[in-house]
Ligand binder design. Structure first.
Ligand code: FES
Ligand SMILES: [Fe+2]
Length: 473
């Protein structure tokens, strides 16, 4: 393989959207370049070993450029839940890697994912995060487009030859593949590749499990969005969704028994016991989180199972139990409320879905090698009392908002990692917990480990290495 092509460095990108201030979107300046060390810079495959990855995978702008092309332009990327665009003309804007796109419902009710780019001279057509339109009008020369992308208006058209006006390239371009699994819309700019269901593998069960938690079988994404950015690499958030090693330390102020910031349920007196021994460095100390498992499968898809993830007062409501039992029977209803065979479902490379308790959709959008945007939509369950849904929003507020007790710790750590990796030495980032001890799971290529093992991250990097070392398809 030749030296990876370099695009202009995107660090320091000016970025304005929503409530994010421009200055918060500036990347941290590298303290000094990361040396290539003993890694051949022409072979990105050497950056990934079974139990470790080279620091460059998180810090090198050339690697980031390759990721946009070889990971994000080949994978299925989460776009929206269809409840976000229920009516004709409803749209949300999103990104597939570096491609800006619009997800829109047309006048006939069909959902399209369109490249957000005017076919005339290239202007972005829509800068709003969401809304409703009759048509899209370009701010530059006024070309306009129907909600299915078809060209509908070209001002002062007589200057164009008739043959040009028949050119099919005058309409907005459609993203190559779009699939909708039970309301969850994904898109891919790759013409070919596995189907969505084949790609997400075991996480299809996660979506089914999530919908099973609704007595109506339906959910809504209708409670607003938390949107923020951190100065670090996008993979930090995708890995952290599978990292049950860190909570006793990163989140000590929330989870330690004598210093919790939040009670685990209303009226609870004690904290949340996360260690069986008092000293985590004792030889036999085990983390509370090892009651659960982490699974990593083909295409980097991975998830956590946490036996007591849903034991929260908001969901432990008698009416909710009754409604769930009417739909599923007593036994399955109890299992859904009291345990989880899938808590965090991490859809590589674009989204984490919290299936239980604090149900939400957390989209991860890479902006540059050292700048990542995160958007969190709380999920609302259709057909339950308002109090249940308010509880989910409240839980999202304390867990994953910018003023939360928990995610703020994680964002600080993501930035510290990006800053620390600029040190250049040591060369490697270690992903060795449980290496060689993983056991086989039920899905293709699936490996399973205890929840604090780095089994899920190793699955992500198996896919990463496979794609990054395979030239254009
Ligand atoms: S660039 Fe859109 S109308 Fe000219
Ligand atoms: Fe965390």
């Amino acid at each position: 393989m030749g030296t990876p092509a370099r695009r202009p460095d995107r660090q320091g990108l000016k970025y304005q959207r929503g409530s994010i201030k421009e200055e918060t979107m500036q990347t941290a300046a590298p303290l000094r370049p990361v040396p290539a060390a003993d890694v051949d810079p022409t072979d990105v495959g050497q950056l990934v070993r079974e139990d470790r990855v080279h620091a460059r995978v998180y810090t090198d702008p050339a690697i980031f450029d390759m990721e946009m092309e070889r990971i994000f332009e080949r994978a299925w990327i989460f776009m929206a839940h269809e409840s976000q665009i229920p009516n004709a003309g409803d749209f949300v804007t999103s990104r597939i890697g570096r491609h800006p796109v619009i997800v829109v419902r047309d006048g006939k009710g069909q959902v399209h994912v369109l490249y957000n780019r005017c076919p005339h001279r290239g202007a972005i057509l829509c800068r709003e995060p969401e809304g409703n339109v009759h048509h899209f009008a370009c701010p530059y020369h006024g070309w306009s487009f129907r909600t299915n992308g078809d060209i509908t208006g070209i001002p002062f058209r007589s200057a164009y030859p008739e043959s040009f006006l028949k050119d099919e390239n005058l309409s907005m371009a459609h993203v190559e593949r779009v699939e909708n699994y039970r309301g969850f819309i994904f898109a891919s700019v790759a013409r070919q590749g596995p189907s969505l269901v084949a790609f997400i593998g075991p996480l299809k069960d996660g979506l089914d499990n999530l919908l099973d938690r609704s007595p109506s079988g339906e959910i809504e994404v209708s409670a607003g969005v938390h949107q923020y950015a951190y100065k670090g690499n996008w993979k930090m958030q995708m890995e952290n969704g599978l990292d049950e090693y860190h909570p006793p330390f990163s989140h000590a102020s929330t989870v330690k028994p004598d210093g919790q910031q939040v009670q685990r349920s209303y009226g609870a007196k004690g904290g949340f016991k996360v260690l069986t021994g008092s000293d985590p460095n004792q030889e036999n100390a085990r983390s509370h989180y090892d009651h659960g498992e982490v699974h990593g499968a083909r295409y980097g898809q991975a998830y956590l199972t946490i036996p007591d993830a849903t034991r929260r007062s908001e969901l432990d409501d008698p009416d909710y139990r009754r409604l769930l039992a009417e739909r599923h029977g007593e036994e399955k209803a109890r299992a859904l409320i009291e345990s989880s065979n899938m808590s965090n479902a991490v859809f590589y490379p674009s989204v984490i879905m919290r299936v239980t308790g604090n149900m939400h959709i957390r989209v991860v959008r890479p902006i540059s090698v050292g700048l990542t945007e995160v958007l969190v939509w709380p999920i609302q369950i259709k057909g339950v009392a308002d109090g249940i849904n308010q509880g989910i929003v409240r839980y999202a507020n304390v867990h994953v908002s910018v003023s939360s007790f928990v995610q703020t710790d994680d964002l600080e750590v993501f930035e510290r990692v990006y800053e620390g990796l600029q040190a250049g030495r040591p060369d490697w980032v270690m992903l060795a917990r449980g290496v060689g001890q993983d056991w086989d799971g039920p899905y293709p290529d699936e490996k399973v480990g205890l929840a604090t093992w780095e089994t899920g991250m190793r699955a992500q990097f198996r896919y990463w290495k496979e794609q990054m070392t395979e030239a254009g398809r």
